[in-house]
Design a protein around this ligand. Structure first.
Ligand code: BTN
Length: 259
């Protein structure tokens, strides 16, 4: 793969600029640097290997060569999207779930706010980072890592949640770059529905653990336990607790099944 071949392959997805690196530290770090240099809205940087990939909560994300997808989409939010800025990360989860569903016939689910699961195991992680220019948002980089072949699955001691890969759920050969194209196509199309009823409806219909007992741990350690009932029209997670219904904002929170 190289940048110009990938650019050709992604032509119909609406993507603007494309960079491909055989190996890099982290495509999110590269994307933040590209943003500072100047890059068009809806551009992508992808790499075959990451040597210091980053996950949420300062965790590491391993991307071994040739077996996974690791890419970062750069967004310059439009003025009309500013009220929905917190929904860009869920947008990526929705696009991955829809893209994988259509490309491979699997039925992914979204573990709120945006991990993507197949068969209750994590196949995709998403790390969004916002770049500020004073009090204005300069851009958002949305990093997406997908386990494709069996060799992409991290060892059990490195993960806190069961993991899977696309190959575990699909018999044929998987063309990683076509999967990337399908996801970017979906991202472009779902972006037009950001914050609309159909956006929340897809999210809600594909929400993992609906009706089950869960625990939510916030960044400051606050914990909510109860039955996951759904998401509200602003994307907050609804939990039925002993004290009544509680809503949890999209942010740095862990969601776990109880027991
Ligand atoms: C998580 O589940 O903790 C989020 C993982 C995000 C990994 C992706 S891979 C592409 C991009 N580059 C990074 O360094 N991280 C994201």
């Amino acid at each position: 793969m190289d940048s110009s071949t990938l650019q050709d392959l992604l032509q119909s997805t609406g993507i603007r600029q494309v960079r491909y690196l055989a190996s890099t530290g982290s495509t999110n770090t590269d994307a933040l640097a590209w943003l500072a240099e100047g890059v068009e809205d809806f551009s992508v940087i992808a790499s075959d290997e990451q040597t210091s990939g980053r996950g949420r909560f300062d965790r590491k994300w391993v991307t071994n060569p040739g077996v996974a997808l690791a890419f970062t989409v750069i967004i310059h939010p439009r003025e009309s999207e500013m009220p929905y800025i917190h929904l860009f990360s869920p947008l990526a989860g929705i696009a991955v779930a829809d893209g994988l569903g259509q490309a491979l016939g699997v039925r992914p689910q979204i573990k709120w706010p945006n991990d993507v699961l197949i068969d209750r195991k994590k196949v995709c992680g998403i790390l969004s980072e916002t770049s500020w220019n004073g009090s204005r948002i300069d851009g958002i980089v949305i990093g997406i890592g997908i386990n494709v072949l069996v060799e992409s699955k991290p060892p059990a001691e490195m993960v806190s949640f069961p993991v899977t890969c696309l190959q575990d759920h699909f018999q044929g050969t998987i063309d990683r770059w076509q999967v990337l194209a399908d996801i970017l196509q979906q991202m472009n199309s779902w972006r037009e529905k950001l914050g609309r009823p159909e956006f929340f409806q897809f999210w809600q219909e594909n929400l993992a653990f609906a009706g089950e007992e869960v625990e939510i741990q916030g960044a400051l350690g606050a914990e909510v336990t109860g039955r996951l009932t759904g998401i509200d029209p602003s994307g907050e997670l609804l939990i039925e607790t002993e004290a009544g219904e509680v809503s949890v904002q999209v942010g740095d929170v862990h969601l776990r099944l109880r027991g």
